[in-house]
Design a protein. Structure first.
Lengths: 287, 335, 293
């Protein structure tokens, strides 16, 4: 008993603030950079200059002032592309994660609350969806819908809804079985309104925590699709297309891979830590 | 009891596979772009296109096409690849060994690494070491395989180039493979140059796939180990003079592993799903890489075949996990 | 020097914040003697056994005092020597037979492995010894039981197996930590009788932790009464029951429903007495903190 209670407490005491503030600062930085990209970016992210191709970053010899993180094979400024890339990454993560969240949570709540046929159909769909390799599914969907950000967002929502549906269904089931729902129903509340007023508020913390995780996942999926050359046009400055370009030019210009990789790494880690922190805060079992 | 569960599970499996077949079939048919037009040289005559369309059955209705295809699948005929002009089952089976070897290697790495970290964490429970291991595995867990792959490419492919970053084997190696299990065959036939080259191509993709799973095993198994180590049977073993490490390995590990298996099974299917992008990243000639090519080339029969195979593998793994959980637990084994 | 199996001298056990779980406890056991450790829950009676066996919970430390097992100072040994000495000299009969056997291992190795480790016996010799002891605790078909998993056996059966396992290496001391608390009343009697018999035959000393004064009367020759980690009374069992010196001991006896005579009335330990004792200990604590800081 003693050891079970001391370990998490020790972690909370010293680590909690750092574990909240570090990811939060990174996300804030992303938002600021994305919103003010036009004023922050030193160069046009699409401007090619073959005289300036594959310039190394500032700390290496041969670098050019003004091109802090170097340039890619077409002479485009890496820093500026990363700044504009943050815009796309944030846009995709917010929109795609929200869409996934709404779609999956609604299906999950319907299955958990009404049971019966709704539950059976939705559970079977989840089974079928879980049997697809997710990346291949995404690639296939984008191929079907055509490249472009809308397709990317739709593909994410159409694949990852199962993550929300599974968890929300289970949570709703637990909540539905609790007494207060019965008493609300006896009090004359309609079934649909009970779902809205009694169950949703209790499932919401879980949904929000999952939403944070999904934002990180969405950024990665966008990067993967860019990497496979299916997201948006390769000229557009997404972190994924930069990574794809960096992977190809890896022996000549590794920095084109390194910097967007660092950005992806911290973004995914931040969203995941925030989501996990929220989950732990709201999880009655862990408290 | 066990038999009844098994039959129910098999029926569910068939329904799920049928569902996957319907979804993938519908998806690839609504995709824009005429696959036949893509395989013919520009300027091909209308008759040529019509002839090929009929050959692949694309002139029939969707429902007809579906059942023709499904009828073939049931008899083991998955159709013919449009771009590679070979039977799909042959193509798929030629690539499957590469993916299986990769996934198996990743699983072994994940089990060893995750298991070791879990035992270390449990051994040092309540200390700074445990907190450090927890934080590390938490961070490792949240970084997906794709990013690990890129990180490894950068580190071991460029900054410290000790490993091969693309392909499956050094093309200069002369070796007449009887199967496509390069690693296993190399080992069995004692060709250690083949083994070495295969491994050096496999280490990075396998590690990329293994790390998230290893982190998850480390966390879950450690939590379960800690639960077991406060049980009386562990205390009694300590009183009998067994060291803490022996108590963990001999007494607690088996009990802690059992509830871990179920979750690891699900996570292992994610690992196999991850091979698609990781193979792409390392230009590893496996099933996933072929699948992405098939999508890009609109090779409908090939896409269908690969997706169906992946789905079958996922479902099989889930079944095996469930069965092994029952078989490993003596309380369930006897009814 | 008298020949004692266990000698505990001025043992104080602390939490990291210096809260004392055991306060200056002294007691000793001679060969063949059964000493009961009584007290209400939280009195620290189990902690004494755990301190002897070296299985104190994490963060709980021995801050003062000495434990001598067969006249050897446990505190002076290296951890490995201490572990081996404790394993050779002593054994534990736990409270809950359901969790004390590893559910995924067969009974046989769970008795045989420790014997091989403690005495370096061959597999055959250890197995023969295990069978002998299982037979001794009245287990029919011991061969079959050795090949069984714990879940296939009843609670009483498992407790008998644990008793056999405890006695099998011929320890000098057995710590029995409320071994009958988790069992049915009918099984309780049988288990008590078994421990008593085996203890007499082998001359093993037993430190018997219990909260049940009825059990104390049946099994022990000496009694140590604990309250909040402090020894209230240490006396021969007969003397305690004929006229205990300490009011708390008398209160405990009155508070125990007698399993032999259910009609006898019992009264809970008076709250006033408990409050007085706590006040006394609080003053003592204050002194302790001032002296040691």
């Amino acid at each position: 008993m003693a050891e079970a209670s001391t370990a998490p407490r020790a972690r909370h005491g010293s680590g909690l603030n750092l574990r909240l503030w570090l990811p939060l600062s990174w996300v804030t930085l992303l938002v600021v950079v994305a919103v003010f990209a036009r004023w922050i970016a030193p160069h046009d992210p699409l401007a090619q200059d073959l005289l300036l191709e594959r310039l190394p970053p500032f700390f290496m010899s041969g670098s050019e002032p003004g091109y802090w993180l170097g340039t890619d094979s077409l002479g485009r400024d890496v820093l500026s592309r990363m700044i504009y890339g943050a815009q796309i990454a944030l846009f995709v993560s917010v929109i795609a994660a929200s869409a996934t969240c709404v779609f999956g949570s609604v299906l999950g709540m319907l299955a958990g609350y009404y049971g019966g046929w709704a539950e059976r159909i939705i559970s079977r769909l989840v089974d079928i969806w879980m049997a697809f390799p997710p990346v291949l599914f995404a690639v296939l969907l984008v191929a079907v819908m055509g490249t472009g950000l809308t397709s990317v967002i739709a593909a994410i929502a159409l694949i990852d809804w199962t993550r929300f549906a599974r968890v929300v269904r289970a949570e709703t089931l637990v909540q539905t079985r609790m007494d207060y729902v019965d008493s609300a129903r006896i009090g004359g509340a309609r079934r649909a309104s009970t779902l809205w007023t009694e169950i949703l508020p209790n499932v919401l913390p879980t949904i929000i925590a999952l939403l944070m995780l999904e934002m990180g996942i969405a950024i990665i999926v966008e990067a993967i699709l860019s990497f496979v050359n299916l997201s948006i046009s390769t000229d557009d400055p997404t972190w994924g297309s930069m990574i794809a370009e960096g992977r190809n030019a890896i022996h000549f210009a590794w920095w084109v891979l390194l910097f967007p990789l660092i950005a992806l790494f911290f973004s995914v880690l931040s969203f995941s830590v925030l989501g996990e922190g929220l989950r732990q805060r709201f999880d009655p079992v862990l408290q | 009891m066990l038999l009844k569960t098994l039959i129910t599970r098999l029926l569910t499996m068939i329904v799920t596979l049928f569902g996957v077949a319907v979804v993938v079939f519908t998806l690839v048919r609504v995709a824009p772009g005429n696959p036949i037009a893509m395989m013919l040289p520009p300027g091909a005559s209308e008759e040529d296109i019509a002839r090929l369309t009929a050959l692949y059955g694309f002139d029939k209705s969707l429902v007809q096409q579906f059942f023709i295809w499904l009828g073939g699948v049931v008899q083991g005929d998955f159709g013919t690849s449009i771009t590679l002009r070979q039977p799909v089952d042959q193509l798929v089976l030629s690539r499957l060994p590469a993916t299986l070897e990769l996934a198996a290697m990743a699983l072994v790495i994940a089990l060893l690494l995750g298991g070791t970290v879990a035992v270390l964490g449990a051994r040092n429970r309540g200390t700074g070491t445990e907190v450090g291991l927890d934080l590390t595995s938490g961070a490792v867990l949240s970084i997906p395989d794709f990013l690990w792959g890129l990180i490894f490419v950068l580190i071991f492919g460029v900054l410290w180039p000790v490993l091969a970053i693309s392909g499956r084997i050094d093309p200069r190696i002369e070796f007449d493979f009887a199967t496509n299990f390069y690693l296993i065959e190399g080992l069995l036939r004692g060709r250690f140059d083949v083994v070495g080259s295969t491994l050096s191509h496999m280490v990075m993709p396998a590690m990329s796939l293994a790390l998230p799973l290893a982190a998850m095993i480390a966390q879950l198994l450690k939590q379960n180990l800690k639960g077991e180590l406060v049980q009386d049977y562990a205390t009694i073993a300590r009183v009998r003079g067994f060291s803490e490490t022996t108590v963990i390995l001999r007494e607690a590990l088996r009990n802690a592993a059992l509830p871990t298996i179920a979750l690891v099974g699900v996570q292992f299917t994610f690992l196999i799903g991850g091979t698609v992008i990781v193979e792409r990243l390392f230009a590893y000639e496996g099933l996933g890489n072929m699948a992405i090519d098939a999508v890009i080339n609109r090779d409908l029969p090939l896409i269908q075949g690969i997706v169906l195979l992946f789905a079958a593998i996922f479902i099989m793994i889930n079944l095996i996990v469930d069965l092994s959980y029952t078989l490993l637990n003596p309380r369930l084994r006897h009814g | 020097m008298t020949r004692t199996v266990l000698d505990i001298m001025n043992l104080t056990v602390n939490l990291p914040n210096r809260t004392r779980i055991l306060r200056d406890v002294s007691l000793s056991l001679e060969p063949g003697e059964v000493r009961a450790l009584v007290g209400e829950s939280g009195a620290g009676k189990s902690m004494i056994g755990k301190a002897v066996l070296g299985i104190l919970p994490p963060k709980v430390r021995i801050s003062e005092g000495e434990i001598l097992l067969d006249n050897e100072h446990l505190g002076a040994m290296t951890p490995v020597t201490r572990r081996n000495t404790v394993a050779r000299m002593s054994a534990l009969i736990p409270q809950d037979p359901l969790t004390a056997l590893n559910p995924l291992r067969k009974i046989g190795p769970q008795i045989v492995d420790p014997l091989r480790r403690i005495h370096g016996w061959s597999a055959d010799k250890a197995r023969a010894r295990a069978l002998e002891l299982l037979d001794r605790v009245h287990i029919r078909a011991p061969e079959r039981v050795m090949a069984s998993y714990p879940h296939e056996l009843s609670g009483g059966m498992r407790q008998r197996i644990l008793i056999a396992a405890a006695f099998a290496p011929s320890p000098r001391l057995i710590v029995a930590d409320e071994p009958t608390t988790a069992l049915d009343v009918t099984v309780q009697k049988e288990i008590l009788k078994l421990i008593r018999e085996l203890q007499r035959e082998t001359g093993t000393a037993v430190l018997f932790v219990t909260h049940d004064m009825g059990v104390v009367a049946k099994i022990s020759q000496k009694v140590t009464v604990l309250f909040a980690g402090k020894v209230m009374e240490d006396a021969p069992t007969e003397q305690v029951f004929s006229g205990a010196a300490h009011p708390y001991t008398r209160a405990l006896i009155n508070a125990t429903p007698s399993s032999a005579d259910p009609s006898r009335s019992f009264t809970p330990v008076p709250a006033q007495l408990v409050a007085d004792l706590h006040r006394e200990i609080a003053q003592d604590d204050h002194l302790y903190m001032t002296v040691t800081s």
